[in-house]
Design a protein around this ligand. Structure first.
Ligand code: NAP
Length: 265
């Protein structure tokens, strides 16, 4: 695994906290270059200072995923500096805690904008350079909610489902020259995702959730992501018993629906 990431130029979005920060912590021990992104520049600079000692070179590129028109220039600036991008961890995102009937379309749009449109827009910017290189990896943080809908997450689930359709097509179209796409579907990971989730007013939910706090540690999750990408997996599910509905839906749909009704709270 260690040699796989050596000398690679790796761009990580959502690197300022949670799973993205976990990726930085683990990959910073390798001889690679990490471009770390998020909106919180001060936080990203602190992360650079703390983890650059590990071996990797770390470069901070702060930007807002809602500002899609800036992506071309940002990508070009990285190409000017590093000449290539080997891996894009398209990880930044926001969740939702609001029932569909109470949620105005503006909130659904915001979820799609950040989780889907920004995600594919960044891939569109990076893809031509990967094609020139005749190699490249796009690792996309979806969710188990990208495989089945769940209470209070209608817009979030839609945005994550959309990623699978898009990236399966992108992979098929670009497989011949060597594009790798790895779809990452975490279950419950200990991060600030629930606090940062949008409520029906489009504001941060602000509440921790016990289920997530009891979930997998973000660094452990990052290690599994890093392994799956190195093993060229097309899709990986990361978590514990919360992954069960994914398999039930596929193989025992009636049981899946019974279980999901029971989970109503
Ligand atoms: N934790 C889980 O249980 C879980 C489960 C399944 C999937 N996921 C997915 O994992 C990914 C990472 O989430 P996390 O759990 O690590 O949550 P998190 O701690 O809240 O991290 C979210 C990251 O996304 C970035 N981000 C959010 N909105 C942004 C915007 N408008 N522009 C730029 N960056 C933005 C944040 O950076 P700034 O605040 O600096 O902007 C932050 O670094 C997300 O795609 C999420 O859907 C998480």
């Amino acid at each position: 695994m260690s040699t796989f990431y050596d000398q690679k130029i790796i761009w990580i979005t959502g690197a300022s906290s949670g799973i993205g920060l976990g990726l930085v912590k683990v990959l910073s021990k390798q001889s690679c270059t990490l471009i770390i992104s998020g909106r919180q520049e001060v936080e990203l600079q602190k992360i650079k200072q703390e983890y650059e000692k590990g071996g990797a070179e770390i470069y901070v590129l702060a930007f807002d995923l809602e500002h899609i028109s800036t992506f071309d220039k940002l990508t070009q600036s990285l190409i000017d500096k590093y000449k290539r991008i080997d891996i894009l961890f398209n990880n930044g995102g926001i969740s939702q805690r609001a029932i569909a009937s109470d949620t105005p379309l503006s909130v659904d749009r915001k979820l799609m904008e950040v989780n889907y449109f920004a995600n594919i827009a960044l891939s569109k910017c990076v893809l031509p350079y990967m094609q020139q290189q005749q190699s490249g990896i796009i690792a996309v943080t979806s969710s188990i909610t990208g495989k089945f809908g769940y209470y209070y997450r209608s817009g979030y689930a839609a945005s994550k489902h959309a990623l699978h359709g898009y990236y399966e097509s992108l992979y098929l179209e670009n497989k011949d020259w060597g594009l790798q796409v790895t779809m990452i579907c975490p279950g419950s990971i200990q991060t600030a995702i629930a606090q940062n989730a949008l409520n029906n007013e489009g504001k941060s939910n602000g509440k921790e959730e016990q289920r997530l706090q009891e979930g997998m540690d973000a660094e452990h999750c990052a290690k599994q992501i890093i392994k799956a990408v190195a093993q060229k997996k097309k899709e990986v599910f990361i978590g514990g018993s919360e992954l069960l509905p994914v398999y039930l839906k596929r193989w025992f749909p009636n049981l899946f629906w019974k279980l999901m009704y029971r989970l109503k709270h």
